[in-house]
Design a protein around this ligand. Structure first.
Ligand code: MN
Length: 224
């Protein structure tokens, strides 16, 4: 009986530890899938260490308010101003870090596997004049973001596509965002995303990014 009790206690503590906490999602492709544009070592460090740290820190932040583990991450970051004030900044930074990286992995694919369709080409042309003009404006947002942050293609409530950038781990879904919209495409411009391969050449990294965009997923996101 004593043994069964200890076993139950152990099972209980294991389930309490993992219940509802946020988890690091797996990549849907291999770490070397984006080579040679984004190297395998960068992907390992970026996903297994940086992204994982945001997940761990978000879970630690919510320890004081375990009922928040039950919330959807999107719901948390869209309503940061409604959270207890002592965790708002940590949720903004770490919850943003978790959401942004999970999104970033999904809008990339192995080179040549998810090319831009004619419909997507038309959509970008309608919004930005030409695909090249769209790319140039996006690269400018990526390079022009001072310090660390993200470049975004968003869909505004009006349906119009727009390019913006955000600092740190902010994103256009947050209640604090200056310009809000639905994320369609993003590029992580923190140094940890490119420094091993591109060193200080953020512009070269932004240009190489076009080779690994998952246009199938991006187009799907423009639709709803
Ligand atoms: Mn990152």
């Amino acid at each position: 009986m004593k043994r069964i009790n200890s076993l139950l206690l152990l099972l209980c503590s294991i389930s309490m530890l993992s219940f509802g906490q946020f988890k690091l999602p797996d990549l849907s492709y291999k770490y070397n899938a984006l080579e040679p544009y984004i190297d395998s070592t960068t992907m390992h460090i970026h996903h297994d260490l940086h992204h994982a740290t945001y997940v761990n820190n978000l879970n630690k932040t919510l320890e004081k308010y375990p009922e928040l583990y039950k919330k959807d991450l999107l719901e948390l970051i869209q309503n940061i101003n409604e959270l207890p004030t002592d965790i708002q900044l940590a949720v903004r930074n770490n919850g943003g870090g978790v959401w942004n990286h999970s999104f970033f992995w999904k809008i990339m694919a192995a080179p040549g596997t998810a090319p831009m369709s004619a419909a997507m080409t038309k959509l970008l042309t309608d919004n930005f004049g030409t695909v090249d003009a769209f790319k140039a404006e996006f690269e400018k947002a990526a390079v022009g973001r001072f310090g660390s942050g993200w470049a975004w293609l968003i869909k505004e409530p009006s349906g119009k596509l727009r390019i913006i950038s955000t600092p740190n781990q902010d994103n256009p879904l947050m209640s604090s965002a200056e310009i809000k919209g639905k994320p369609i495409l993003t590029l992580d411009v923190w140094e940890h995303a490119y420094y091993l391969k591109y060193q200080n050449k953020r512009a070269a990294y932004a240009k190489a990014f076009w080779n690994v965009v998952n246009w199938t997923e991006v187009e799907r996101l423009t639709g709803n």
